[in-house]
Design a protein around this ligand. Sequence first.
Ligand SMILES: [Zn+2]
Length: 78
Amino acid sequence: MFCRLLGHKYEVSRSVTYYVKEYKCRKCNKQLTTNSKGHLVELTPKYKEINSILSKIHNKKKAKLRREELLIAYKMTS
Ligand SMILES: [Zn+2]
């Protein structure tokens, strides 16, 4: 109810990818996320689903990158 007067106090609750993050209001727990256009929208169940898929893809990419880095490091030292 304070947010109506003072505005929300959002903080990042989860980093999905480098560009997509989830935000949560410290006072009323209202949640927002970044959509594909980079705009802030309400975190609906639909967006939660999209974000969990994005997060899986993102983590896979990171893991692949790490493997490639290790391979390069290995080649350089051998
Ligand atoms: Zn709020």
